[in-house]
Design a protein around this ligand. Structure first.
Ligand code: ADP
Ligand code: MG
Length: 166
């Protein structure tokens, strides 16, 4: 697990852009965290680094938006999904096969329905308004093999949480 910290939306976008340099066709990223934690901001930075010119907006009501860039970006928000089976209905498995990169907001709720090969990023709020803590968790062989590359990409934002004081 890699711990990172950002202190503005722009920093979260920059971190995402650094990670996008590692993007490979078929990659899956799961973004977990409460509303306002920065999942969509992350996706915007990630998409910009994939040369996507369109404005990336939250797909909360459309469930999935697809963008053309250096790689195609499939952006899902599955907050409203009630059943894991709906993930299959969205054509997620086909998306993962079609050579694009897929980013799912609220991904931890659907993790059991997904292939066990993804980068999970857990967003939490820090002490200050604009502070966010990001835990990056490589899952499966595809991402375990890239753990060092992920750590190197986010090196400017790496932050070891303080041990609790007794
Ligand atoms: P989510 O998709 O998780 O609901 P959004 O990305 O839509 O969250 O919203 C995050 C909000 O928090 C934005 O208004 C953004 O400007 C603000 N913000 C403040 N600090 C940060 C930060 N460090 N990282 C990301 N967003 C931040
Ligand atoms: Mg969002």
């Amino acid at each position: 697990m890699i711990d990172a910290r950002t202190t503005s939306a722009a920093e979260t976008k920059a971190l995402a852009a650094a990670l996008a340099e590692l993007a490979r066709p078929g990659d899956l990223l799961l973004l977990a965290g409460d509303l306002g934690a920065g999942k969509t901001a992350f996706t915007q930075g990630y998409g910009a680094a994939l040369d996507i010119d369109d404005l990336i907006t939250s797909p909360t009501f459309t469930l999935v938006n697809c963008y053309e860039g250096r790689l195609e970006l499939n952006h899902l928000d599955v907050y409203r999904l009630e059943a894991l089976a709906e993930v299959a209905d969205l054509g997620l498995y086909e998306m993962l096969d079609d050579g694009g990169v897929t980013v799912i907001e609220w991904g931890d709720t659907v993790a059991p329905a997904l292939p066990a090969d993804y980068l999970e990023i857990r967003f939490t709020f820090g002490d200050d308004d604009d502070e966010r803590l990001l835990e990056l968790i490589p899952v499966g062989p595809r991402w375990s093999a890239r753990t060092r590359a992920v750590a190197a990409a986010v090196a400017p934002w790496i932050h070891e949480p303080e041990a609790p004081q007794c």
